[in-house]
Design a protein around this ligand. Structure first.
Ligand code: T4K
Length: 368
């Protein structure tokens, strides 16, 4: 065991607890294709997430990509470039054109004041991202989407278990897509889920995740394979028992970071949102090289020299990726460009000790 601190660290149950959970799989030999563990996790998540329907998939990316496909979208989709590759790729891989909307400088979600000006007669949907667990301006997105009859598919990869005004975050929009990757607040090793209201959408999605097979001799649509297996579902069942305790630990860590890093010249923290029960997924810090003595990159390098490995989530912006060379103009999303060059996400996971948080904060504060 070394002294290194990585940006995150997977939550896991004890080995005994997991083994206990998967033991019956050796008896039944039913290890994938919507088995008992899959069904149990699905039931438990409907309750925990406070939503009407949940479907489980192999990962958050397939959740998003197949939901967009199930909705039969066409033309343009308005989204944010300040996100993980997955969001933009899911749109492009569906043959749709992403139209990038800028973000606001406070919580880094879509700047809804710029949304309407991007809508054309080709726009079919909006894919907002609750980035870092910060909730988008749901009311405004709802108003605009109703006005122009657009579908709304939230990338909720970072928002497991969050509530907005007491409602499960997955209950907004046409669908919300969660990631249960190893690095997330709640993990099924790899995994993802879609929350939705419309049963017809649910059926299409179910078809798409299972080759379009409806019966032994019926293949209804051209589907993919994105089913969650039983070992992943079992990990989810175990991890769900501890997720509230984990979120409580994360809260204490974030509060300590905030206490130590507030009111330091050159450091900006994202604003705390009203009416949101947060899951404390990430801790982003903006370093302004004009007023802080070092740039974001220098801070990251100096911390790495001390064995502390941060991440530049989300740099580069997706509209500057090599694979899209010449297709988009990132200057049209200036706030996102500004933030992406200055943001650093600090280590955050349930097991991170307050002593380690202090060590990280001391190093940062003493740079100034
Ligand atoms: N939408 C958004 C907004 C997303 O952020 C993501 C995923 C998605 C959609 C798609 O969901 P998934 O299809 O992934 O379910 C990581 C994750 O792989 C990715 O899930 C996540 N977002 C993204 C923000 O972060 P990397 O390339 O930074 O991961 P990696 O392997 O460098 O790991 C980061 C740190 O996590 C390591 O330094 C240590 C720790 N770690 C990692 C792994 C793999 C663990 O503790 N355990 C592990 O098993 O992308």
């Amino acid at each position: 065991m070394n002294n290194e601190i990585l940006v995150t660290r997977s939550s896991m149950p004890s080995m005994d607890e997991y083994i206990d959970e998967i033991k019956e799989l050796w008896d039944t030999r039913w290890i994938t294709n919507m088995g008992e563990k899959h069904k149990e996790l699905q039931r438990k998540l409907i309750e925990y997430l406070k939503v009407e329907n949940v479907d489980l998939l192999t990962n958050g990316h397939m959740a998003l990509e197949l939901t967009l496909q199930a909705l039969n979208l066409s033309g343009e989709v308005i989204t944010t470039p300040f996100t993980f590759a997955s969001t933009t790729h899911a749109i492009v891989r569906n043959g749709l054109t992403p139209v990038f909307c800028d973000i606001n400088p406070y919580d880094f979600t879509l700047d809804v004041t710029k949304l309407e000006s991007l809508i054309t007669d080709k726009t079919s949907a909006i894919v907002p991202v609750h980035v870092y667990g910060n909730i988008c301006n749901i009311e405004e997105i709802e108003r605009i989407s109703h006005k122009y009859d657009l579908r709304v598919i939230y990338d909720a990869a970072h928002t497991f278990g969050e509530r907005y005004k007491g409602r499960g975050i997955g209950s907004f929009g046409d669908a919300s897509c969660f990631s249960f990757h190893a690095t997330k607040v709640f993990n099924t090793i790899e995994g993802g889920a879609v929350c939705y209201r419309d049963k017809e959408l649910g059926e299409k999605l179910y078809n798409l995740k299972n080759f379009g097979i409806r019966g032994p001799e019926t293949v209804e649509s051209v589907g993919a394979n994105a089913k969650m297996n039983e070992f992943s579902a079992a990990m989810g069942i175990c991890n769900l028992r501890y997720v509230d305790a984990d979120i409580e630990k994360r809260k204490k860590i974030v509060e300590h970071y905030r206490e130590r890093l507030t009111n330091i010249e050159g450091i900006q923290l994202n604003s705390i949102q009203d009416n949101v029960e947060s899951n404390y997924a990430y801790f982003p810090v903006i370093f302004d090289e004009k007023t802080f003595c070092y740039s974001r990159n220098e801070v990251a390098d100096r911390l790495a020299e001390q064995g502390i490995f941060t991440r530049k989530y989300f740099y580069p912006l997706t509209n500057t990726f090599d694979c899209f060379h010449g297709k988009f103009d990132a200057n049209k999303t200036p706030v996102a460009l500004h933030i992406a060059k200055r943001v650093l996400t600090l280590p955050l996971y349930a097991e991170l000790s307050i002593e380690d948080v202090d060590r990280i904060c001391d190093l940062i504060i003493n740079m100034n």
